[in-house]
Design a protein around this ligand. Structure first.
Ligand code: HEM
Length: 170
């Protein structure tokens, strides 16, 4: 019986190897800093495309177009709002035990959509670098804030990358 319980624990843990609850102080740092920039939707997407034109090139409606010309369009505003709202939702759900299943569901779905679009991990990593640079330039960003943001991305990418590898997180 003891062996069975142990075996079940090992299976449960291995289904979820990188999943973790972020500490409350880190959640507060991420939420407070994000709240300071989250209405700059167009600016954030612009910064991502500017730093990584290969990400822009993946969007059929933006590929090959001059970034400064599309920045003011409604299509650009719409997509910026989609990405930033998704991110805001993820960040608002962090930090409580009860919201972990909702986080997994939304990230599994997003990971699956982006796997279907063929987005590689390397571009997600570029996205993280661009968002981190944006945060550094717009809020007070000490080592503790950087660590908290790193953890928030790790948690998010654990689920997304699992989907890119063909395995939704259970
Ligand atoms: C890093 C590289 C990424 C690429 C190349 C990429 C690419 C795309 C593309 C091509 C679309 C479809 C746009 C359309 O024609 O409607 C899309 C949709 C979307 N993306 Fe991304 N994406 C990336 C990262 C992200 C990240 C990190 C997030 C969230 C934080 C995100 C959130 C969304 C959302 C919410 C949608 C709309 C819903 C959907 O169709 O899935 N994307 N993305």
């Amino acid at each position: 019986m003891k062996f069975l319980i142990l075996a079940l624990c090992v299976v449960a843990a291995s289904a979820d190897p990188h999943w973790f609850m972020m500490p409350a102080d880190e959640v507060a740092l991420v939420q407070n800093t994000w709240n300071q920039v989250k209405t700059n939707e167009v600016d954030i997407l612009y910064a991502i495309f500017k730093a990584y034109p290969d990400i822009q090139a993946r969007f059929p409606m933006f590929a090959g177009k001059d970034l400064d010309s599309i920045k003011g369009t409604s299509g650009f505003a719409l997509h910026a709002s989609r990405i930033v709202s998704f991110f805001s939702q993820y960040i608002s759900l962090l930090g409580s035990e009860g919201t972990q299943p909702a986080i997994k569901t939304m990230l599994n779905q997003m990971g699956q959509n982006h796997k279907n679009r063929g987005v590689p991990k390397q571009q997600f990593n570029e996205f993280e670098t661009a968002v981190m640079s944006y945060m550094k330039a717009h809020v007070s960003f000490g080592p503790n804030v950087e660590k908290a943001w790193g953890d928030a991305f790790d948690k998010m990418y654990a689920v997304i990358f699992s989907n890119l590898d063909g395995q939704p997180m259970i």
